[in-house]
Write a protein of this length. Sequence first.
Length: 438
Amino acid sequence: MTPDSFPRPEEQQSETLREEAVPVNAVDPADERAEVDPSLFEEESGEPPFARAVRTTPLHLETAAESRTNLWTAWNGYTVPQIFTDLGDEYRALRGAAALMDLTPLVKYRISGRDALAYLERLCAVPVGSLEVDRLRHVIFCEGSGMVLGDGLLFRLAADDYRLVTEETHLAWLIDSAEGFRVRVEDVSATLAVLALQGPLSAFLLAELGCDDIETLDPFAARWIPIGGMPVYASRSGATGDLGYELWCDAEDAPHVWRTLLEKGATFGLRPAGFALRELARLEAGHPRAGVDYLSAFAAIDPADALPPSAIWPGFTIAPSKGLFNGGSALRAMQGTEPARRLVRLAVEGLEPARFASVSLNGAPAGLATTTGFSPALGANIALAVLANGAVGAAGLSVLAERREGLSVVETRLPAQVLPGPAFSHRRRLAVRAGLRP
């Protein structure tokens, strides 16, 4: 260092004062090498991705890319699309061509072991012993007093291997009921994705993708098919009242299967559809939903809110060959007696969609509408409703509908009647041979 490079005393003093004036961890504007103040930015939470509040299905990125409305809804804890484009467009695709839906939030259990059949016979109120491999059927299960706990689809995957699919979770009860049986009960919901391909062109689209002889698959039967090179377990089932298939695949394969179906089917009118269409199609087909149209006996605070199977599914009977099962003694004692309340299908007069819940008989309360919607098939408002048994079939039923006019709510009483069957049920649904064309 040369003499002229020594700092002058006044410079040393200025530097000292500047250092003292700058607080620790503060930004010094005169220092070009100053570090960025971390307090200006949001701190990292350190929370792992799986702990986030929004729970998504394996198809979330695909459905988000297809959504044009950014309308989402919660279903069994998952976030799923409510409407992709327009409910009317999605409905027309379903009834005129085909619609593709993400049903992954359904609860899926694997029941296996040498006592799996005996366990299920004890659990279900309908016989399952005659269920063949690669077949499925609707099952109902009750608690000790004969009231319904839930319902679902039961698949027989192998001799001692079954899959139970339900709307609500029943894992704790299933495990408790397995005591004394050599059986394994597993919740496989997170590992299994479900896509519903529904509509008159659903078989045609699968055939176009190389699924040979898909039209020969019987209703309530299933088999393995390839879609885009991925193995998919296809069952001829659905809750839309029309021809359709439910496609079961590994969660990591689901996005590829979804893209393959949409790319191939777009030319033929296939459209993605959201939860709103699923609910409307289910309502038209007359299928009750657990937790909405009926309450599990364990969830009903008022015991009167729990219903027996015959009150929800009018065709329910106990098979003569059915042995011991949960609630069997109580249900056999109920045979021949009418339930106090029934779940029925209603049609309500009116050419515009209406909001209503209360159902009356000649002005007196008679029941509650549990699911409502406007049916394009009937051109009327329809509902699933729980009514007092004496009001079923009686003249004088009505609902109290609400509509908004400006900043006011106008109440209107609309006549209603019980429908003898579903608002929509096409013969294609149960045709022994599925048509490749409508």
